[in-house]
Ligand binder design. Structure first.
Ligand SMILES: Nc1ncnc2c1ncn2[C@@H]1O[C@H](COP(=O)(O)OP(=O)(O)OP(=O)(O)O)[C@@H](O)[C@H]1O
Length: 327
């Protein structure tokens, strides 16, 4: 590490927090025999952003995370964190990472406070108040043994162990499955504080609403291939949205011919359809025919996601054209 300063946690101050890339992968590939985990992944995550990594089951999300953490080795390509190649400097970077795995396993017979106390020691002496404060914020009773905890409370323990040392890069695999909505709100607040201090968050999920709420940009992956990387707003902009138009009498002809319009349905003076891209052309035509009311439904990432994933190549096919991934 370039700096020798230490934080309140006792962990040496981490990688540079200003400019630069927190994560970079070039041609990163992992095959399990003939099965493709992830293929030729080029990804850049900037320092200080919350980056969503979205994909359906089997897309390659966990494989990518395990590669980034150095838990498995790539078949081809490379990955670096904060400009340091994982193949050569992986262990040195680990102290600056926080990781919440999708399948968290903890010491079942230990009490919550013993688990966190033990992990705090392993992390170089994180002060007790750091993990106790997080437990209070997440409303977690640390007295019971792990085996007595509900799924949601285990998940909280997982989040606390990943957050307590103020990591520079927090890697989350489906982090809020099992958390109640109030705790999710608190968790998102903690994420925002972490990012305000300059940390980076890599949030893998198939829960699109969650990524939409907290991420600045997102990648969509499916069947081992990267499909797109873009701002959340831009991804939404490429989605189809529903629109309803009310006319005083009959619906005028020609609406179905407007570029981007699909699924046109007409009932009396009401037309409803979906539109991809700009609404301008459709609204111009509608206005010319005296439209009296217009209802648009904001697209969410779900629409963009479904569109991209259904267009993804089948497993084993060549990768799609390069995705827009420049930061
Ligand atoms: N250890 C393994 N051995 C063989 N194939 C594997 C192994 N791990 C993952 N795969 C395969 O690699 C592909 C990607 O799996 P991965 O777990 O990375 O996807 P994912 O996006 O995390 O999915 P999920 O959301 O279901 O966890 C899948 O086809 C999976 O079956």
């Amino acid at each position: 590490m370039s700096s020798t300063a230490t934080r309140a946690t006792g962990i040496p101050a981490g990688p540079p927090r200003a400019e630069g890339l927190a994560v970079e992968t070039v041609g990163l590939t992992k095959r399990y025999g003939r099965a493709v985990g992830i293929e030729d992944l080029d990804l850049q995550v900037r320092v200080g952003e919350v980056f969503g990594f979205l994909g359906p089951n089997g897309a390659g999300k966990t494989t990518t995370i395990r590669l980034l953490l150095g838990l498995i080795h790539p078949t081809a390509g490379r990955a670096s964190l904060f400009g340091m190649d994982l193949a050569t400097t992986g262990p040195r970077i680990r102290a600056h990472l926080g990781y919440v795995p999708g399948d968290l396993s903890l010491w079942e017979r230990m009490h919550g406070h013993d688990v966190l106390g033990h992990l705090a020691l392993l992390r170089g002496g994180v002060p007790e108040r750091a993990w106790r404060t997080l437990a209070e914020r997440f409303d977690l009773d640390l007295q019971p043994r792990v085996r007595e905890l509900s799924k949601g409370n285990r998940q909280k323990l997982g989040l606390i162990q990943a957050l307590m040392h103020e990591p520079d890069l927090l890697v989350l695999d489906e982090p809020t499955s099992g958390l109640d909505p109030l705790v999710q709100v608190e968790f998102h607040a903690v994420l925002r504080e972490l990012v305000a201090r300059g940390a980076t968050v890599f949030l893998s999920s198939h829960v699109l609403a969650e990524v939409e709420q907290v991420a600045d940009r997102a990648a969509i992956v499916a069947r081992g291939h990267l499909l797109v990387v873009d701002d959340i707003e831009a991804l939404r902009g490429q989605a189809r949205r529903r629109i309803e138009l009310d006319f005083p009498r009959d619906v005028p002809p020609g609406l179905a011919d407007v570029p981007g319009v699909a699924d046109l349905r007409v009932v009396g003076g009401r037309a409803s359809c979906s539109v991809t891209g700009s609404l301008t052309e459709l609204l111009r035509l509608a206005t010319a025919h005296g439209v009296v009311d217009v209802h648009t439904h904001e697209p969410d990432l779900e629409d963009a996601f479904v569109g991209y994933v259904s267009a993804a190549p089948a497993a084993g096919s060549p990768a799609p054209p390069p995705a827009a991934s420049a930061p």
